[in-house]
Design a protein. Structure first.
Length: 534
């Protein structure tokens, strides 16, 4: 029971009195644990109140009383660096309008009453109990994650899956305080990914609602229960849906049966799926729209992206636009940190457009006093003629003859060596773009050795390679050269072996359209992007 200041006795229905004018603050340790779990990719970005709910729910599910907690007194909590929530109702989702905060109060109060049936609790003791549950839940989550890491020899992916599975099992066996009123469990987390915001059901189009229902029906036909389905948003070519299964499922094994149940040919790549971070047994499933309903991104949209870059908060030495993600957001990276890249794809798949976007970025966003750009295009076309007027184009011309390109490589190797001998000398960065690589190698095989020397050593001299080819085979791209081109961009190729040569993994053979590409930036997770038509 609660004791009010006037000495009256009341029960938990008087929640206004108990929850007004309070602030809930975590320990500094709980804040540190959240940052660590987010850094390891275990948890997504989330509100303080979502983290508080997750910790409190985990603490309650794993313990029977506060006697089992590591820290049992509020006075022992170190609050420096802690997180703050400006009220009980904010902490427990009053803003959702479902009354969930009332059920949380009833649930928490009942635990306190059961542990100490003869006590009369104050408001301060209630808030202290919540803060202790928050802290102890965070400690338990970290311990469980660390135990999984130890069991799987440091594999963060496996440890994350173990933790997600345990959270899902706890959610099913320990319903949330508001579960009887169809409110979300405390384990819900944020439903945001890849720039999409969750779309309220009333704002989803009838077609999206129908497709979502078809997805659930298709999964049920192949024997897979679905806990929840939501439309996440419209992308450039795909519509995204959140699917949370009732239990763990390996999408790689479901993909073909699911496509069959949906009436989709698996080889068309009309369905893409990836694990949805922060929610157990969940995937983001992307369904390709009809081609006449794809969003188009051309010269105007690309120029707008370049104009927005200075206000983006990114400060790269050599900013390059790699394309746009499914949410339509331009993706920039620092080519100075690359330090070298290979762009490859079959004829007509948009390789040159991707390279042009990168070059446009460098010419437009970097001062001519800071970078010089060499362009070698050994074909009888004018794919790069638009760059011929820039003052920082190397030697004021585009190289069109393979022999001239070879001699340019000799010059850059010599320049690299000279810069090593004079490290303190002021110098511009140099970007060397060569397309088509196979034509250069056909004239002089020694060119490969020059490229390898540059790929291994040129970064420290401020020289960066951007190579492109429509023949991504072992003959064109030797293992030693590939290994030193740490940024790999693959457009559509005819077979998985070509994808493996470019990226070190399959996938590029399944890309849908011209301009679609996969980017592996310095060994990071492969990213699916669309190209600007420039």
């Amino acid at each position: 029971m609660y004791a009010l200041e006037n000495g009256r006795i009341c029960d938990s229905q008087f929640w206004h009195t108990l929850t007004e004018n309070v602030r809930i603050r975590s320990s500094g340790e709980a804040a540190r644990i959240l940052r660590q779990l987010q850094s390891d990719g275990v948890l997504p970005e989330m509100h303080n109140y979502t983290w508080a709910q997750l910790c409190i729910a985990f603490c309650f599910a794993k313990t029977k009383s506060a006697k089992e907690w590591e820290i049992k007194k509020v006075g022992h909590l170190k609050i420096e660096g802690g997180l703050e929530i400006p009220g009980f109702n904010t902490c427990f989702n009053q803003k959702d309008g479902k009354g969930e905060e009332k059920f949380w109060l009833a649930y928490i109060s009942q635990r306190m009453f059961n542990e100490n049936p003869n006590n009369k609790f104050s408001k301060q003791e209630l808030i202290g109990y919540i803060r202790l549950a928050w802290h102890n839940g965070a400690i338990m989550l970290e311990q469980r994650y660390q135990k999984a890491l130890d069991a799987y020899e440091g594999s963060k992916v496996d440890a994350k899956n173990i933790l997600f599975n345990e959270l899902a099992q706890l959610a099913s066996s320990h319903p949330s305080p508001a579960s009887s009123h169809n409110s979300p469990a405390p384990f819900s987390g944020s439903l945001k990914t890849d720039g999409f915001n969750e779309v309220k059901a009333e704002n989803a189009s009838p077609k999206n609602i129908e497709t979502g229902e078809k997805i659930v029906a298709a999964l049920q036909r192949i024997g897979k229960g679905v806990k929840q389905q939501k439309f996440l948003g419209r992308g450039v070519k795909y519509d995204s849906y959140l699917i949370q299964f009732a239990e763990f499922n390996d999408w790689r094994k479901l993909a073909k049966p699911f496509c069959s149940a949906m009436g989709i040919k698996p080889e068309t790549n009309a369905v893409r799926a990836e694990q949805y971070a922060g929610l157990p047994h969940a995937y983001e499933i992307k369904i390709l729209r009809d081609e006449d309903d794809w969003d188009k991104y051309g010269e105007a949209e690309f120029q707008a992206a370049l104009k927005r870059y200075p206000s983006s908060g990114q400060d790269f030495a050599l900013p390059v636009c790699l394309g746009l993600d499914e949410a339509g957001k331009a993706v920039f990276q620092d080519f100075a940190a690359a330090p070298h890249a290979i762009v490859a794809g079959a004829t007509g798949m948009g390789k040159s457009a991707v390279v042009r976007a990168m070059l446009h970025s460098l010419f437009a966003l970097v001062s001519p006093d800071e970078v010089e750009i060499a362009i070698a295009y050994c074909k009888m076309h004018d794919d790069f003629a638009m760059f011929s007027h820039y003052p920082n184009l190397w030697r004021k011309q585009i190289i069109t003859e393979p022999q001239d390109a070879y001699e340019a490589l000799e010059y850059f190797v010599a320049e690299m060596d000279r810069r090593y001998q004079n490290p303190s000398e002021p110098r511009k960065k140099i970007v060397v773009m060569i397309d088509e690589l196979v034509d250069l190698l056909a004239v002089n095989k020694e060119a490969e050795n020059l490229l390898i020397r540059l790929a291994i050593k040129a970064r420290a001299a401020g020289i960066h390679l951007l190579l492109a080819t429509q023949r991504p085979d072992a003959e064109t791209l030797s293992g030693q050269l590939r290994d030193n081109l740490t940024v790999k961009i693959a457009l559509r190729v005819p077979k998985s072996t070509s994808s493996n040569i470019i990226l070190g993994e399959s996938g590029a053979e399944d890309l849908v359209d011209k301009g679609d590409h996969l980017v592996k930036w310095n060994g990071e997770k492969t990213q699916f992007l669309h190209g600007y038509n420039v």
